[in-house]
Structure formats: C-alpha cells, structure tokens
Design a protein around this ligand. Structure first.
Ligand code: ATP
Ligand code: MG
Length: 255
C-alpha cells in the first residue's frame, strides 16, 4: 500500500438556501503517497482549506470517497474518525491554536495524555526529543503569551507530532511568520518529512511551495494542475531553479 490518501470524485457543497447551493469542491481526485511532501496552492476562496478539512475527515464530504491508510474514512462515524485523527494525523494552522491556560510543554503532551495509551514518562520523553529537534527546549515552562510567533509555531509542530502521526496537515502554518522564521519552520518540516512523515501543506507562498516535492494547484473547487519538483534534499537543492520553475508554471496557470 503505497498511497496514504486516495480521494475519488470528492465534492463538498454548502446549502445556503434552497436556491443557493455553494459548490466548493467539485469532484476532486487526489492521491498522496506515503512519505510525500505535497503543497496546495490557489487563489483565496479556491477551496484549499476545505480540501484539507475533507481529506482529514474534519469535515464531511457531500459525495465521493476517501481512503486513508487503506481504510475508507469517508463514511466513518465521528467517533471512529476522531480516533484515527488523534492517532494518525497531526495538524498545524496559521495561528498555533495552543491553549492559553497551559504552558508550552503541557500543550505539547496534552493529546497524548488524553489518549491514555502510553505512560506519561514515555510521552514526556518524546516531547523532550521533539522540543530539542525544534530548538524550543528552553521555553518548555513558559506561558504561551511569553514566547515569539516562531517559537509558538514550533511548539504547534511538536504538539502535532506528539502521537507520531502518519501525516501532518498544515494550513498556511507559515502564513503569519516573517521570512527568516518561515525558513526555520520549513527546515523543520523538511526534516520531519525526511524521517518519513507525509506532509500536506496549504500555502500562498511560492518560496515555501518551492521546497516541497509536488505542488497541486486549485482553482474554483477543482485541481487544475500539478508540478513535480522532487524532494528538496542534498542532491536537489537548487532553490532558485525550483522557484523559477514553480513561478513560471504558476504564471502559465494565470496565478
Ligand atoms: N461553512 C461554509 N459555508 C458556506 N461557504 C463556505 C463555508 N466554508 C467555506 N465556504 C466557502 O468555500 C469557498 C472555499 O473556502 P476555503 O476556505 O476552502 O478557501 P481557501 O482556498 O482556503 O481560501 P484562503 O486562501 O482565503 O484561505 C469560499 O468561497 C468560502 O466562502
Ligand atoms: Mg484557507
């Protein structure tokens, strides 16, 4: 089983009134392989977030089906889905969404504690390693109001990875960061992907997408094209060339 996600003819509509039905996803086919690093680009309102929410089962499709890790998730109950999400999926958003009344460390470990499948000692150890990897060990006891935006986002990455998910979904996780911090966060994501975690990232930033393996482009609820840049690694690291290739392709698509 090479594919982690297989989405077939997925559609999502919002019924605003009897006469006004808003079709947001219009029969999308998308396959993501285990270990891939895919980004999704497209104009505001084209349906990127909706796609991510539907692929991860956070939102219910109107029609079509989705297989995740070999299991059909599109008609699962919310209870089954939330188990899969907790165990196999991690999420990062534009704003870190950390809980205000918990310090950084507790925010990171909370979902693993709630799962009650491992001892707290094992979870704490994993959190420690993640914090070292993302270079935020020194802020572990801090309140979330006492740290920088970049540190918050790195904590959000640790939180998303605490249950060692199969896939990490990011909805513009660098959208609120300056370019230096964006680079730092991207380097972390590249590391995570290199160690085997699949990543699907929504982004407006061509510089971010240029570091991903495949870029999918959405327009008005459909995927109108994709470009394969290959893994960004020691053999394929000419960033200028990747950026040019991507930018030219985006221009061709009228973006
Ligand atoms: N709950 C909802 N009810 C009705 N329409 C919705 C709902 N959620 C999203 N939409 C509409 O679906 C379309 C796609 O929204 P979505 O958030 O997926 O776009 P996006 O590509 O992520 O945009 P952005 O780049 O601005 O984040 C938009 O036209 C939006 O107004
Ligand atoms: Mg969005």
């Amino acid at each position: 089983m090479n594919n982690i996600i297989e989405a077939k003819k997925i559609s999502k509509e919002y019924v605003i009134s009897k006469e006004n039905i808003h079709q947001v996803l219009k029969g999308i086919d998308l396959t993501i392989q285990h270990g891939e690093f895919v980004s999704v680009m497209g104009a505001s309102g084209s349906g990127k977030t909706t796609l991510l929410y539907n692929l991860s089962g956070m939102d219910k499709l109107t029609s079509g089906n989705i297989t995740f890790c070999g299991e059909m998730i599109s008609n699962m109950s919310e209870e089954e889905l939330s188990k899969i999400r907790l165990k196999k999926m991690g999420f990062i958003f534009q704003q870190s969404n950390l809980l205000k009344n918990l310090n950084i460390f507790d925010n990171i470990v909370l979902s693993a504690y709630l799962r009650k499948e491992e001892s707290r000692q094992i979870i704490n150890e994993r959190a420690k390693i993640l914090m070292e990897k993302t270079n935020i060990s020194e802020i572990k006891d801090k309140d979330i109001t006492q740290v920088s935006g970049g540190q918050l986002q790195r904590a959000a990455i640790c939180r998303a990875l605490i249950n060692t998910p199969e896939i990490l979904f990011g909805d513009e996780p660098t959208g609120a960061l300056n370019s230096k911090v964006t680079n730092e966060v991207m380097n972390i994501l590249l590391d995570i992907n290199n160690s085997g975690t699949t990543i699907m990232l929504v982004t407006h930033d061509a510089k971010v997408a240029a570091k991903t393996e495949r870029v999918v482009f959405m327009s008005d609820g459909v995927i109108i094209g994709e470009i394969i840049l290959g893994k960004f690694n020691e053999y394929n690291n000419n960033l200028k060339e990747r950026e040019n290739k991507l930018t030219n392709w985006l221009l061709e698509l009228g973006f």
